[in-house]
Structure formats: structure tokens, C-alpha cells
Ligand binder design. Structure first.
Ligand SMILES: Nc1ncnc2c1ncn2[C@@H]1O[C@H](COP(=O)(O)OP(=O)(O)OP(=O)(O)O)[C@@H](O)[C@H]1O
Length: 272
């Protein structure tokens, strides 16, 4: 651990583990406030691999996006021979995935509170020319005060240029959440994040994803068909306004799919 890090923070208990590192709670010796310290073991990453790119991209993009109320805040990075340490805002241990598993489906008003904040984070990113490419419940955390939602995990994010209309390439994302144009191997734009946020909203309301299958291939085929259904058993009590927003976010035709800003202006969002 670097001297500066040891001087500034007292490292406490482990609070999580990812593929490349361990996350600890740490306390600032100056303010007494708690933070999350993500320590990435550099020996687990091979030199010029995609993994090492992701790990280096994340702090760079977080620095660029911070501060925003719905993007997990980065405070500093410290590097030594063996590790890259990132000091982040401390979130609650429960992410949206865990909350859906533990508490079941969300009401419309609960879903609205979460998705509005996610869309605000996406709008902020898109306005700064960044596409996240891995929006999913596991990457949506709650802040320690529980009502604030924070978007995390920018390891798959990339820069794009809105002015030049330049498109992004590469199959990136998680099967249930990935947009059809990504699965089809086409170039794509930032609206892939709106599609993924639409999948998240659908799951919060229904408890299952809109496009699913037993294997990754089956899921991809369902995504490519993009046949959005609202089974009566589950959706009979969901408002037509909520379904209308889902249709506009989960629209296969990218040119007709809502942007994050359009979604934020939709009546179902603003009526909240
Ligand atoms: N800012 C944070 N505040 C609180 N807990 C966190 C924070 N960041 C990460 N964690 C916890 O640490 C765990 C590991 O996080 P990390 O970002 O290293 O990996 P991951 O994104 O879960 O997985 P992968 O490494 O496969 O991408 C998370 O699942 C979460 O429980």
C-alpha cells in the first residue's frame, strides 16, 4: 500500500470481492468519513489484455464523470508495484440485483424512483460523450442513505462523439441486457444504454427479463427478435403509461428508440 494512502486512510474490513480485486471499507484520518477502497491486484491482469484496458478505463472515466449525484464518486487513485488502489464513495452493500432477489418485484412508484436516477446518470454520461455498455441491476448500487441510486462499474464504458455521429463497436454487455444491434454485431450508439435501462425497468416491474432463454444463444435470439410482451398475469396491474415507456425504451429501431433525455420527459416519469 502506498505511503500516501496509509497516511490518509485507515483500512478496515473487506466488503466485497470482484474478479481482480478486493474492496475494503476505509476511514479518512482527516475527516473520519468512510469510503470504499478498491484494491486491484495487477498480477491478475495480463499486460495488454481487454481486462487491463477495462481496469485502467474505469478510474479515467469516473474522474471525467464525477461529481454527479447518481454516479459513484471517485476520490483518488494510488498505484504501487503490485496494486492499483481506487478510493470511491462508499455505497450500501445491497445492489439492485440483491434487492430484487430479496424483496421481489417493485411497485411502479418504487421503480420510478430508481429508474429516474439511473436515467439521470445515463443522460449525464451521454451528454459528456460516454456510453456505459453494461447497465444492469448488479451495477446499480444504493448509497448509504438508501434512497440515492448510484451507477457503478464503468469498466466497459467508452467515449463516443455525438457531433460526428461516430458509432461504437464491439460486443460488450451482459446477455439479458444487451441491445439487439450489439448482438447483431452492428456498429451502435449510446442508445444501447437506454435499451439496457428498459430491461432493468421491466425486471423491476415483472420480476423476470423481457427477453430470455435457457442458453446464451437462446437469450441472444430472443433479444434479436425483440418481441416485447406484457403477460397479463403480471402486467394487469401495471399502468399503460409504464408500458408505453417500456415500448419506447425497448424499441428495436434505434432511430425511434428514446434517448435518456426523452425518457426523462415521458409522462410516467414526470407524473412521479
Ligand atoms: N463503492 C462501493 N461501495 C460499497 N461496496 C462496493 C463498492 N464497490 C464495490 N463494492 C462491493 O465490492 C464487490 C466487488 O466489486 P468490484 O467492483 O471489484 O467487482 P464487481 O464489479 O462486483 O465484479 P467484476 O470484478 O467481475 O466486475 C461488489 O460486488 C460490491 O459488493
Amino acid at each position: 500500500m502506498t505511503e500516501a494512502l496509509k497516511r490518509e486512510y485507515q483500512v478496515c474490513e473487506e466488503i466485497g470481492r470482484g474478479r481482480f480485486g478486493t474492496v475494503f471499507r476505509c476511514i479518512s484520518r482527516i475527516s473520519g468519513d468512510s469510503f470504499a477502497l478498491k484494491s486491484i491486484d495487477k498480477s491478475l491482469i495480463s499486460g495488454d489484455s481487454l481486462d487491463s484496458q477495462c481496469i485502467l478505463t474505469e478510474p479515467k472515466i469516473l474522474q471525467f464523470l464525477s461529481p454527479h449525484p447518481h454516479v459513484v464518486q471517485i476520490f483518488s487513485t494510488h498505484e504501487d508495484d503490485s496494486h492499483l488502489h481506487i478510493v470511491l464513495e462508499l455505497c450500501s452493500s445491497q445492489d439492485l440485483y440483491r434487492r430484487i432477489i430479496d424483496n421481489g418485484v417493485f411497485s411502479e412508484s418504487e421503480s420510478r424512483v430508481v429508474i429516474t436516477q439511473v436515467l439521470q446518470a445515463i443522460s449525464h454520461m451521454h451528454n459528456l460523450g460516454i456510453v456505459h455498455r453494461d447497465i444492469k441491476p448488479d451495477n446499480i448500487m444504493f448509497s448509504s442513505d438508501e434512497n440515492l441510486v448510484k451507477l457503478t462499474d464503468f469498466g466497459s464504458a467508452d467515449f463516443f462523439s455525438k457531433e460526428s455521429g461516430e458509432l461504437v463497436r464491439g460486443v460488450v454487455g451482459t446477455p439479458y441486457y444487451v441491445a439487439p444491434e450489439v448482438v447483431a454485431g452492428l456498429d451502435y450508439n449510446e442508445k444501447v444504454d437506454v435499451w439496457s435501462a428498459g430491461v432493468v425497468l421491466y425486471i423491476m416491474l415483472a420480476g423476470f427479463p423481457p427477453f430470455y432463454g435457457d442458453t446464451v444463444t437462446d437469450i441472444f435470439e430472443a433479444v434479436l427478435r425483440g418481441n416485447l410482451r406484457f403477460p397479463t398475469r403480471v402486467f394487469k396491474s401495471v399502468s399503460s403509461m409504464a408500458k408505453d415507456l417500456l415500448r419506447r425504451m425497448l424499441c428495436k429501431d434505434v432511430s425511434r428508440r428514446f434517448s435518456a433525455d426523452q425518457a426523462l420527459r415521458h409522462a410516467w416519469i414526470t407524473s412521479g
